[in-house]
Design a protein around this ligand. Structure first.
Ligand code: FAD
Ligand code: NAD
Length: 520
């Protein structure tokens, strides 16, 4: 053992002589960990669940180590998910890791192009020549992502979280064996271990993702040119967001969905309006349809489709196919079986209310456990988990986790859908307010949408809020607070809202729930 530690010390010394500061820190910390320094908390995975847990644990005075295999912190969300998608970042162009996420970035950039193309003229702003500079869009996305990942490294330093770059595998309930990115292996010891390994794209039988013609969300963020025909498999969050990006940039987008509806978890009424809105944007939907074959031998892709209930097959041609039929927890090959951690049939790690697995001292959070696969949910899990470890009370209210689809307009919701309330046999009232009657939405010529509130009839307590509106993802937080504090629709309706704002539509929908809206 002593010899092994000496070897790691030499490796750390050797790395020290290299110019990359990150490698120095990683090698030295790996050495220190190997030398027997036991952490109070070891987090495996540096995504929104893992890195937030690590920072919070350190803030609570716990000696903390975080192990990440990607070479960058922030996980799926920051590298290849939430952030790059919302800008439009093509990670593969400049970043070393294929999972760098440009969705937020891409959504924003492509929205700006689409607005310039189709809306500016109505506002008296005219262009003689408008074009997409895809490399520039990607560069903007890369800039957003790298700035944010480096920011997390800064937070680790500030909070004294030890950062080990490598692939961690549970070796015992208190040890993680790490294959270091810079080479070699070390063992990190911890009194408590948190598994925050996240999720990966779910593949479909007979469809091989090559990230060129058949892409996951990661490849869809890295396309080198705008596909003429893009087929999206799965009308969920990723399919509709990434479909929006490429639709705005000029692709003909067809979405193939197995279920009878898009985003099956959404309130039925909102979902129907949402689908109509996307169809106006030239999305084509093939619902109740399954993909049964895939031929990539020619220039493009030929998909064989069949009605979900069975029937005649048809062929659908595409330049690029995006597989977005869900994600699967990343829980195999990380040593769970070595220490006997229990998972369900879907591979999700089973935890109790304190996020502890069946193995004492081993916890799990985020996409790796049951529940919505959302970054903010993973963060809440992380904070609550380390609060329990620190001997405090942690709490996550899964009934008030908001969901947002970042299309335009955005669709955001919190709490129960009308269908869920009905199924529970609860007597309820509904208040709706169309954006067409909202002065701000009208003024900015962006009045497609609706706010819908579902409240318990007897008490007027708000049970669910569903918003399709520009910036719905921001407005929803007023509703989240309302649910969190058990507010009634009257409480919100009697709260003064600034004018003119889209948020007034929520106040009006609440007025309509318990009494009558003013502006309709
Ligand atoms: C395209 C896309 C867009 C998305 N957009 C949104 C959005 O807008 N809003 C939202 O809330 N959610 C969004 N999500 C979902 C969100 O990214 C996830 O819910 C969130 O990242 C989960 O956080 P996590 O920490 O549990 O896991 P992850 O973010 O997946 O992080 C896990 C980390 O662990 C690392 N890891 C795994 N195994 C090991 C190991 N053995 N050793 C060391 N490191 C390991 C991985 O490299 C990864 O960095 C999106 C997802 C995708 C794919
Ligand atoms: N804005 C956000 O918060 C955001 C954005 C992107 C991703 N995410 C998260 O990432 C996760 C994965 O996203 P996703 O869009 O891949 O999954 P999803 O679960 O949102 O949607 C998958 C869709 O694919 C359909 N489907 C499943 N198998 C199919 C098949 N064989 N053929 C056709 N359709 C099929 C499902 O019915 C569903 O509608 C989601 O759980 C979501 O929470 C969140």
């Amino acid at each position: 053992m002593a010899l092994a530690i000496l070897a790691r010390r030499r490796a750390a010394d050797a790395v020290l002589r290299r110019p990359q500061a990150g490698a120095v820190v990683s090698a030295w910390r790996a050495y220190a960990a190997a030398a027997g320094e036991e952490s109070d908390v070891v987090v495996v995975g540096g995504g929104p669940g893992g890195y937030v847990a690590a920072i919070k644990a350190a803030q609570l005075g716990l000696k903390t180590t975080c192990i990440e295999k990607r070479g960058a912190l922030g996980g799926t969300c920051l590298n290849v998910g939430c952030i790059p998608s919302k800008v439009l970042r093509l990670p593969c162009l400049s970043l070393p890791h294929p999972l760098f996420s440009p969705i937020a970035a891409l959504l924003h950039s492509s929205h700006m192009y689409h607005e310039a193309k189709s809306s500016f003229a109505h506002h008296g702003v005219k262009f003689s020549n408008l074009e997409v500079d895809l490399p520039a869009m990607m560069a903007q996305k890369d800039k957003a992502v790298s700035g944010l990942t480096k920011g997390i490294e800064g937070l680790f330093k500030k909070n004294k979280v030890t950062y080990v770059k490598g692939f961690g595998k549970l070796a015992s309930p208190s040890e993680v064996s790490v294959d270091l990115i810079d080479g070699g292996n070390t063992v990190v010891k911890g009194k408590n271990i948190i598994i925050a390994t996240g999720s990966d794209v779910k593949s479909l039988p007979g469809i091989t993702i090559d990230e060129k013609k058949i892409v996951s969300s990661t490849g869809a963020l890295c396309l080198s040119e705008i596909p003429k025909k893009l087929v999206v498999i799965g009308a969920g969050y990723i399919g509709l967001e990434m479909g929006s990006v490429w639709n705005r940039l000029g692709s003909e987008v067809t979405v193939v969905e197995f279920a009878p509806d898009i985003v099956p978890s959404m309130d039925g009424e909102i979902r129907k309006q949402f689908q109509r809105m996307l169809e106006k944007q030239k999305f084509k939907f093939m619902l109740k349809t399954k993909v049964v074959g895939c031929d990539t031998s020619g220039d493009g892709v030929k998909l064989t489709l069949e009605p979900a209930a069975g029937g005649d097959q048809t062929i659908l041609e595409a330049d690029v196919v995006l597989v977005s039929a869900g994600r699967t927890p990343f829980t195999s090959g990380i040593g769970l079986e070595t220490i006997g951690v229990e998972t369900d049939k879907a591979g999700r790690i089973l935890v109790d209310k304190r996020f502890m697995t069946n193995v004492n001292g081993v916890y799990a959070i985020g996409d790796a456990i049951p529940g919505p696969m959302l970054a903010h949910k993973a963060e809440e899990d992380g904070v609550a988990c380390v609060e329990f470890i620190a001997g405090k009370e942690g709490h996550v209210d899964y009934d008030t986790v908001p969901g947002v689809v970042y299309t335009h307009p955005e669709v955001a919701s919190v709490g129960k859908t009308e269908e869920q309330v009905k199924a529970l046999g609860i007597a309820y009232s509904v208040g709706k307010f169309p954006l067409l009657a909202n002065s701000r939405a009208k003024a900015i010529d962006d009045a497609e949408g609706i706010v819908k509130v579902v409240a318990e009839k007897e008490t007027d307590k708000i049970l669910g809020v569903h918003i399709m509106a520009p910036n719905a993802g921001e407005i929803i937080h007023e509703a989240v607070l309302a649910l969190q504090y058990g507010a009634s629709s009257e409480d919100v309706a009697r709260t003064c809202h600034a004018h003119p704002t889209v948020s007034e539509a929520l106040k009006e929908a609440c007025l309509q729930t318990f009494s009558k809206a003013i502006h309709i």
